[in-house]
Design a protein around this ligand. Structure first.
Ligand SMILES: [Zn+2]
Length: 396
């Protein structure tokens, strides 16, 4: 796995060192804004003169701007901020039920969006995506790039979707095809990895400051994104994080995307919760019952809905307890619509974690609901563009 620690990048080839220094400075401004030139110099150990040169360059390129800080007696300090407005990105969330294409600014504010139902034919899906993107390109300026989040295994280097289990799509050269038809740089990643990146870039500050965490994305399936030292851990060919297929028991209420009733996904996904609800109601449920509606029912005191969610939370807790034992992260973030049910499931999750620890004296990582709401995967897709723009190690 290729990694460069942006904060301690002391060793770099001469032709890329200036580029890397620029990324270090940009990253600091993004993370700590508003921050002064002296502050950046102190935190990065880059020389004051180097920081000033880079800041001038970034200002000229329109990536940052100056604001006046609060005076502590003398002249007010000049602070630097990221220029989010004016630059836009296209985010595409390909999910098993629908695809959303959206234009947003660089802090994740959506300007325009379009959603269409999923189609099992990859060619039709691709055609719908490109026509939507081309419409957005015509009506928006300064689009920096495209980020795509997909529910499957992706090779992040080539942007090939290697396998999307729900549709049985294999070796889809999504980044190359989309880049060819739009003329824009395209970054593709797995939905849980992208969502984890979104927590880093767009999440609330207490999550952004955490350097090692696991994001558990619950939807029709279940995926995890692992952040180590502030970067997504990809593994070989991007296949890391498939904890949704770890064995957790027998006889789950549904089968996973690969057909097993022993996987975590089969016990703890939205489909598992819906199946439990149907069981409790003796099969009597509306044909169009969605997971969102199940949560609404639980909040409206439907006992069967509450019980189905709590039972699902128990299995979520079992899986999280296993991950925590093996990886000891600083935090675990629960994302997807399930995070809206947090007040109903938090106690069950905490109890399961407390009774499934190696030793009660161990401080276990806090489990927190994502603050990115319904748009977690879309924010993930947009974050792929942000990460490429601000933290890429590939020289421009
Ligand atoms: Zn499985």
């Amino acid at each position: 796995m290729r990694r460069i620690n942006l904060k301690k990048a002391n060793v770099a080839r001469a032709d890329t060192i200036r580029y890397i220094n620029r990324q270090i400075v940009l990253n600091y401004i993004r993370e700590k804004e508003p921050i002064s030139r002296a502050g950046i110099s102190q935190e990065t150990a880059l020389q004051r003169s180097t920081v000033s040169l880079i800041v001038d360059e970034l200002k000229t390129r329109g990536l940052i701007y100056e604001v006046e800080g609060e005076s502590t007696g003398g002249r007010p300090p000049t602070l630097l901020r990221l220029r989010a407005a004016g630059c836009t990105a296209i985010g595409i969330d390909v999910s098993t039920t629908q695809t959303t294409v959206a234009v947003a600014d660089l802090v994740g504010r959506v300007v325009e969006r379009e959603t269409f139902d999923a189609h099992p034919d990859v060619t039709i899906t691709f055609h719908r995506i490109t026509s939507s993107v081309q419409r957005f390109i015509r009506s928006n300026t300064n689009i920096e790039g495209i980020g795509v989040s997909v529910p499957g295994v992706v090779d992040p280097e080539s942007g090939v979707a290697l396998f999307i289990p729900h549709f049985k799509w294999r070796n889809w050269p999504l980044a190359a095809d989309l880049s060819k038809s739009t003329g824009l740089p395209v970054t593709v990643d797995n939905d849980a990895n992208a969502a984890a990146l979104a927590e880093l870039w767009l999440g609330r500050p207490e999550i952004r400051d955490v350097r090692d965490f696991i994001l558990v994305l619950v939807h029709e399936g279940l995926g995890t994104g692992i952040i180590f030292d502030g970067q997504v851990y990809q593994g070989v060919a991007g296949a890391a994080g498939e904890f949704g297929h770890m064995t957790i028991g027998r006889g789950a209420p549904v089968v996973c995307a690969a057909g097993s009733d022993e996987c975590w996904e089969a016990f703890a996904s939205e489909r598992a919760a819906l199946a439990r609800y149907k069981q409790r109601r003796g099969g009597e449920v509306d044909g169009d019952l969605t997971f969102r509606k199940l949560i609404d029912k639980a909040f409206a005191n439907d006992e069967a809905a509450r019980a189905a969610l709590i039972e699902t939370a128990h299995y979520l807790g079992l899986g999280i307890a296993n991950l925590t034992k093996g990886l000891s992260p600083e935090a675990v973030i629960l994302a997807g619509d399930i995070s809206r049910a947090w007040p109903l499931i938090a106690d069950e999750l905490r109890n399961t974690l407390a009774t499934n620890t190696i030793c009660s004296d161990l401080v276990s990582a806090p489990v927190l609901p994502s603050t990115l709401g319904e748009d977690t995967r879309l924010m993930g897709a947009l974050s792929l563009v942000l990460a490429r723009k601000f933290a890429s190690v590939v020289p421009a």
